[in-house]
Design a protein around this ligand. Structure first.
Ligand code: KG4
Ligand code: ZN
Length: 361
């Protein structure tokens, strides 16, 4: 079964075709990052207009690549992100997907962006041959999912494939947002995550993890209403970390030579906060895998530390190839194979849901 997936929730215009949920036949991503860079963050109106300009070309290029990969092949369904994301951005992809589903006479499947990030470790490239060591998702259930991106930081219980329940989360900023805000404060440009990762990697290679600034590790206060019934030990708060960085900069007035030590300390606070909650979550159930998804899963230190955490818990750490860590259409098309129950007779009435959370229908 070939599913075409469209993703326009934020600043990537993306379309892919995936066979049977895992084999990627075509994958096209147009990133708008240069358009948003002058503003230090994503501007919804600019994102929406750029999606409108590019969506046709991106879909056409993906269909051409699909035709080359599978001559005479047909598309059996169209999947699309309907949340979470920026409303004016989501609307462009959703309407393109509706038009395409109508034109092709195939069903439309609405997909949750955060759940789709957790599908990325199960994707593999058709051009490179069989799956190799990429597992079938149904073979590693129950799993603990960790979705860490610019918009989300969620610990998610996945009892069976396609079912999701949030068991922990950030109470304020997402991990990627924490990276981006620090980079902005330190004048390192947008997006901040990749830059901080690169600077910290060089610092750690030279100095190890010595002489770091003790930034707070994101412990929320017990009983605060923002926990919304979730256990405090599985929640983080990154707003205090951001404030601690601001205070440090205001008080110490560090020069540029200090930047590597500062960003390494800041990154380490985020990494240790995420690692600690993950360790705790892995003890709560006999999980068979730790699934990592989202843009921050590209971070080299996040990968290394979570690999240790998974090894301690004796579960495999499942991570995507780098090209599937950021937003893409393959994760949408792939997950849709397991979410076909989401197709209703009235699928063409599907609306965007900007604040959709994992596990929400
Ligand atoms: O998943 P994604 O592409 O979009 C969202 O759904 O948010 O994630 C983007 C986020 C940005 O905040 C970016 O700074 C962060 O992922 N990011 C990183 C790295 N690469 C991207 N954060 C830390 N280290 C990285 N190497
Ligand atoms: Zn994303």
């Amino acid at each position: 079964m070939n599913i075409l997936g469209i993703e326009t929730s934020c600043d990537e215009t993306a379309c892919a075709v995936v066979r049977d949920g895992r084999e990627v036949l075509a994958n096209v991503v147009y990133t708008q990052i240069p358009l948003h860079q002058p503003y230090g963050g994503v501007v919804p109106e600019i994102a929406s207009r750029a999606h409108i300009e590019k969506i046709g070309e991106v879909v056409r290029t993906a269909l051409d690549a699909f035709a080359a990969a599978e001559p005479g092949g047909r598309i059996d369904a169209v999947a699309v992100t309907y949340g979470a994301g920026l409303s004016p951005a989501l609307i462009v992809g959703l309407n393109a997907a509706k038009g395409l589903a109508l034109a092709l006479g195939v069903p439309l499947i609405g997909i949750n962006h955060i759940e789709a990030h957790l599908h990325t470790p199960f994707l593999y490239d058709a051009a490179k041959g069989p799956a190799g060591d990429v597992p079938d998702p149904t073979a590693v259930m129950p799993a603990l999912g960790l979705a860490i991106s610019g918009g989300h930081t969620n610990w998610i219980d996945v009892p069976a494939y396609g079912r999701y329940e949030i068991i922990g989360q950030t109470l304020d900023d997402a991990a990627g947002e924490a990276f981006d805000k620090a980079a902005k404060l330190l004048g390192l440009g947008y997006p901040g995550g990749p830059t901080i990762d690169r600077i910290a990697k060089a610092y750690i290679a030279e100095h190890g993890l010595t002489n770091l600034i003790p930034f707070p590790k994101g412990h929320p206060r017990e009983g605060v209403s923002a926990l919304a019934g979730l256990p405090a030990e599985l929640c983080v708060s990154f707003s205090g970390l951001k404030t601690a960085l601001l205070r440090y900069v205001q008080k110490e007035r560090p020069d540029a030579a200090e930047t590597p030590r500062i960003v390494t300390s800041y990154q380490e606070a985020i990494v240790q906060a995420v690692a600690e909650r993950t360790r705790t979550a892995l003890k709560r159930r006999a999980y068979r895998a730790l699934i990592l998804g989202g843009g921050v899963s590209l971070n080299s230190r996040v990968r290394a530390v979570l690999a240790q955490v998974a090894a301690e818990a004796k579960v495999p750490l499942l991570m995507a190839q780098s090209k599937y860590c950021g937003d893409n259409g393959a994760m949408i098309a792939g997950l849709a194979y397991w979410r076909r129950n989401h197709v209703g007779d009235d699928a063409l009435r599907l609306d965007v849901c900007p604040s959709l959370e994992a596990g929400m229908e």
